[in-house]
Design a protein around this ligand. Structure first.
Ligand SMILES: NC(=O)c1ccc[n+]([C@@H]2O[C@H](COP(=O)([O-])OP(=O)(O)OC[C@H]3O[C@@H](n4cnc5c(N)ncnc54)[C@H](OP(=O)(O)O)[C@@H]3O)[C@@H](O)[C@H]2O)c1
Length: 333
């Protein structure tokens, strides 16, 4: 079988597509023939050694995928060869095969494609946990989503609309704004692709406030941070919840805490990976709810592009170029 290999932390271009032995399962493991794997922001960071977790070298990147069970270990009771499954893993998805503990592997709905099953657990799982458990979203809330056409951003719009919220989407250009509108965003704010100086931050904040019909947002979903965070926080409403998702724009911002005091607002950290480990039952309920919402078409993950698995380098580079819309999926033909 073949897989993408990172031999040294460094530029994405140094990843290689390499032949290796087929996998055999340990007693508790399932070997999956991977059909599709989804791209996520950490894939871009981890191969450069910039992610919070650095796997031992060499390693294969990739967090989530779907495929067919090829073989199972002697202690495996949950799965059998031929089963259609999806999986989550710290690494290893950008490959033709993966061996995983049976508890990290889940049965797929019969009607779902491998591409869809591979692509929404992490983004939708994060955004659902953020909006529901951390943001306490309810019908009629006003939600501002930044980085709104990306993986977690578009998932946040989709889920917030399904909960009956009014959504304002913040994006860098008109094309991305149009995608957000097709996902139900009620208004779009364009913040451009250059970093905002002090004056531009003031104008951005004014623009955001003008798009809120309540005079401030109940929830702000922020996966970009940097110079966008403080002006966004200034547009929060009374008792608003500011969801700290990530820092895709680069810098980790510092927020003056008097802003939280003045609005009775909460700054809520969101870390989906840790949540899934510490609160497995709530996570399972979330995943069951999301699977039901997908099969009932209440939410609809966007797969904007697919690449052959061996072209993972081109796909991963799109993250750094701000080129991902919804989800990008790598497929084995
Ligand atoms: N906390 C958690 O548990 C958790 C879980 C999943 C992801 N995350 C984090 O959430 C963030 C977004 O992840 P994602 O999967 O949605 O990524 P993505 O699909 O690549 O989207 C990121 C968005 O960020 C915006 N952006 C602004 N400045 C950027 C820059 N310099 N480079 C790249 N993108 C930039 C882009 O939109 P515009 O061009 O419109 O600005 C882009 O659509 C990442 O920081 C990721 O680590 C956190």
């Amino acid at each position: 079988m073949k897989r993408i290999v990172c031999k040294n932390f460094g530029p994405v271009d140094e990843l290689i597509w390499e032949e290796t032995d087929d996998l055999s399962p340990m007693p508790n493991e399932v070997v999956i023939e991977i059909k599709a794997a989804a791209l996520n922001f950490p894939d871009f960071l981890i191969v450069q050694g910039l992610y919070q977790f650095q796997p031992p070298l060499p390693f294969t990147p990739g967090n989530e995928g779907a495929g067919i069970v090829k073989s199972v270990g002697s202690d495996v009771s949950k799965h059998k060869p031929g089963d259609r499954v999806y999986f989550m893993s710290a690494i290893g998805a950008f490959s033709e095969e993966i061996a995983l503990d049976q508890n990290l592997v889940f049965a797929m709905e019969d009607t779902m494609s491998f591409e869809v099953a591979a692509s929404y657990q992490l983004a939708y799982g994060t955004s659902f946990h953020a909006l529901v458990q951390r943001g306490s979203i309810k019908e009629g809330d006003e939600v501002l989503v930044l980085g709104a056409s990306g993986g977690v951003g578009l998932a946040a719009i989709d889920i917030a609309k399904a909960y009956g919220a009014r959504v304002v989407a913040g994006v860098s250009n008109d094309e991305k704004g149009e995608i957000c509108k097709t996902y139900g965003a009620d208004e779009v704010v364009i913040y451009g692709s250059e970093k905002l100086d002090k004056d531009a931050q003031k104008a951005f904040s004014t623009d955001l406030k003008s798009k809120s019909i309540k005079g401030g947002y109940d929830i702000i979903f922020d996966p970009i941070g940097d110079c966008y965070a403080e002006p966004a926080f200034r547009s929060i409403g009374w008792k608003g919840r500011y969801l700290v998702i990530g820092f895709a724009a680069g810098e980790i911002p510092k927020i003056p805490l008097n802003l939280a005091l003045l609005k009775g607002a909460s700054i809520c950290g969101v870390f989906w990976g840790t949540f899934t480990g510490l609160e497995p039952q709530i996570n399972k309920n979330n995943i069951d709810t999301l699977n039901k919402m997908v099969s009932e078409e209440k939410i609809k993950p966007l797969i904007s592009q697919t690449f052959p698995m061996k072209e993972a380098v081109s796909a991963i580079k799109m993250i750094g170029n701000r080129g991902v819309k919804g989800k990008v999926v790598l497929v084995n033909q």
